[in-house]
Design a protein around this ligand. Structure first.
Ligand code: EPZ
Length: 421
């Protein structure tokens, strides 16, 4: 099924519960390589990227079994090979997260360089520098990064020149089994890094400071498998909240604490939406609004506005009153959804990393559009909910990488959306 057909005209109403976070589940799946034996993971979203990761872990000798729709066990043994092959890494760049665990556990790792992707060059130089910081020898040969250390990695202090989620996750996993203390400076503070740290601690790692820019790790000799429930997906939660808002509906998003997407909620309130949230329950409610005003956003590392919600927020601004200036500081090419929104009648002028959005209060008009990447797919589905007529979003396989049954969730809220071949 390659297309999503979205009809406009319905205000969304009701409650929806978000799935487990893709960007927490992926590093946690790779972290199982650090501990032989059977791991038990719950609230794992059923996504193509999860399947790709399980395929890679299987190629490294792991066995997995789905216990129910979102719970699985992974049994880890000493891998038959220490190589993450290009065919697998090419499909999903997060596969590079097997570098730290394999190197720390077995003193060696051969991981294909991930290559670029639609939203930017996405180099992994900082991952490699971090491994060198722990004493590893790295060589780049024929498109592969070959990492090696005799004996254990050695704890040290490492400063990231750029905040990197994956880089922080790779060194966090590697440092867990290194000899001595590792201090990670300018560490990423994303909630998904915290969820990974929590699972590493459950396996016996000694970690403090996760969620802040200074993380300290006291290396241990071994870790043991444990169990964990993956945190809720804050990007899906934000996407669903915007779906309620853009249709002028009333939607309650359950499962994700407001603090994990507070930067979006504050911007939506600034735009004029009434939003309730609880400090004790993971429940956020957006109320119907007839109109809202354009507000400026600049994406940046957590807790500032997440780059993964930039495209979705742009759809909301495309039908706001007034102008919004959207600045993308994390990735150099994350405006490919702009031209597709323009096909729906949006008035947007992209210039390098800044897009000026002039809101069209008389709305958008349906047209065939093409998804270019995961979050662009979600942005076009959201725009289709309000573009007069029937919008057909092609290449919807991008959406399936990161959203579990998004159309089903939107249908429960009253959206007229379905897949087509
Ligand atoms: C993670 O990617 C997420 N993916 C991305 O989500 C998210 O957009 C990104 O973090 C930023 O929040 C997963 O967690 C699987 P980075 P990651 O390293 O780790 C530069 C989605 O839609 N950089 O924090 O790859 C890099 O080019 C995806 O779910 C280097 O220069 O992102 C970028 O400009 C998209 N050298 C910036 O850092 C490096 O070695 C932030 O990237 C590493 C990164």
């Amino acid at each position: 099924m390659d297309k999503m057909i979205v009809k406009s005209g319905k205000q969304l109403f009701g409650e929806v519960t978000v799935s487990g976070a893709k960007n927490a589940a992926l590093p946690i799946l790779f972290s199982t390589l650090l501990a032989d034996g059977k791991h038990f993971l719950k609230n794992v979203p059923r996504l193509k990227d999860i399947d790709s990761t399980l395929e890679l872990l299987k190629s490294l000798g792991c066995e997995y079994e789905w216990i129910d729709s979102n719970s699985l066990t992974i049994t880890v043994h000493k891998p038959k090979s220490l190589e993450a092959h290009y065919d697998l890494v090419r499909k999903m760049r997060a596969s590079f997260l097997c570098l730290g665990p394999l190197l720390a556990k077995y003193g060696e790792a051969v991981v294909s360089l991930p290559g670029g992707c639609a939203i930017g060059a996405r180099p992994i130089n900082l991952h490699l520098d971090a491994m060198k910081g722990l004493g590893a020898e790295i060589t780049l040969e024929e498109g592969y990064a070959k990492a090696k250390i005799n004996g254990r990695l050695k704890g040290s202090t490492f400063l990231f020149e750029t905040s990197t989620v994956g880089g922080t996750e790779n060194i966090l996993m590697a440092a867990s089994l290194a000899e001595g203390e590792t201090i990670i400076e300018n560490a990423a503070k994303e909630p998904e890094v915290v969820d990974l740290a929590n699972y590493l601690i459950a396996m016996g790692a000694k970690i403090t400071g996760h969620g802040t820019s200074i993380i300290k790790v006291q290396g241990v000799e071994y870790l043991k498998p444990s169990e964990h429930s993956i945190m809720a997906d804050r990007i899906e939660a934000g996407t669903l909240l915007i779906a309620g808002a853009i249709t002028g509906g009333e939607v309650i998003v359950k499962g994700c604490s407001y603090s994990n997407y507070e930067s979006l909620i504050l911007k939506m309130q600034e735009s004029g939406f009434k939003i309730d949230f609880s400090h004790s329950e993971p429940i956020v409610k957006v109320y119907p609004a007839k109109s809202w005003k354009g507000v400026d956003i600049t994406t940046a590392p957590h807790p500032l506005f997440p780059t993964d919600l930039q495209a979705q927020f742009m759809s909301l601004m495309a039908v706001a009153e007034g102008t919004s200036v959207i600045t993308e500081t994390v990735f150099e090419n994350r405006f490919m959804h702009v031209q597709e929104l323009v096909r729906l009648g949006a008035d947007i002028t992209p210039k390098s990393r800044v897009a000026v959005v002039r809101g069209k209060v008389n709305g958008l008009t349906a047209a065939p559009v093409m998804a270019t990447d995961l979050r662009a797919s979600a942005c076009l589905v959201l725009a289709g909910l309000v573009a007069e007529g029937e919008t057909v979003v092609s290449r919807i396989y991008h959406l399936d990488r990161g959203y579990e049954n998004l159309e089903g969730k939107l249908q429960t809220l009253g959206a007229q959306i379905k897949r087509a071949p």
